[in-house]
Write a protein that binds this ligand. Structure first.
Ligand code: G3P
Length: 218
């Protein structure tokens, strides 16, 4: 399972990249707004830190502007995945860019029907939003299960299921159980994965007992 971080905060990206466990980055206009930075130089900086796919989202919603923005974003670096919304125009842009060899992440997916269309449009990644489905009292993980099952039925679909809008570790564990290819998580959710109270108490006991031996390894 690949781990992407869902942030435009360069300090968090650098910190998580240093673990060696980070496979990519996803950004969106809201995250860019939160960073307070200029979009293009920010994406250039992120692409210099992470070798894996870096999702940069188009801002327009009409085909003509979106395709121009997508082509401009794709030129920033080889590891750019142009992010487009799951609309008719967005999928048209997706098809055109993937045919040219550019990675495309189709975002704002809330149904299996939409995910089928994205796969047919050649998307590199489909981003179903689990947390936002949970927010309206529906089961976001059912959506992931449906999409993974449907894609598995058609080996010619090469689109990877990128679970987005992740809110807590259980979303990640369930995604792994279902065989989703990628999860994109806020930095704090990735950091929570390390945590277990028995690890903390066990380590504290080992440190204390080691001190009592009076020995040193180095
Ligand atoms: O980047 C898309 C997605 O992960 C957004 O998550 O928490 O705003 O629903 P959220």
């Amino acid at each position: 399972m690949k781990f992407f971080v869902d942030t435009a905060n360069i300090d968090d990206i650098r910190d998580l990249a240093a673990t060696g466990l980070l496979d990519g980055v996803t950004t969106n206009p809201s995250l860019v707004m939160k960073s307070g930075k200029d979009f293009i130089p920010l994406i250039e900086e992120i692409c210099g830190v992470v070798n894996g796919p870096v999702s940069a989202e188009v801002a327009a919603t009409d085909y003509d502007t979106m395709i121009q923005e997508g082509k401009k974003l794709a030129k920033i670096a080889k590891n750019i995945a142009v992010k487009v919304p799951l609309t008719e125009a967005g999928l048209r842009v997706c098809k055109e860019l993937t045919d040219e060899g550019t990675m495309v992440n189709v975002t704002l997916c809330f149904s299996a029907a939409q995910a089928i269309l994205a796969a047919k449009a050649g998307a590199t990644f489909i981003s179903p939003f689990v947390g936002r489905v949970d927010d309206i009292a529906m089961d976001g993980m059912n959506l992931i299960e449906d999409i993974v099952t449907i894609y598995d039925n058609y080996p010619q679909f090469e689109t990877e299921v990128l679970v987005a809008s992740v809110r807590h570790p259980m979303h990640i564990i369930e995604s792994a159980r279902m065989g989703a290819h990628v999860v994109t998580c806020p930095p704090d959710v990735i950091r929570k994965l390390y945590k277990h109270p028995l690890t903390d108490s066990g380590l504290a006991a080992f440190v204390e007992d080691w001190k009592k031996t009076g020995q040193s390894i180095l």
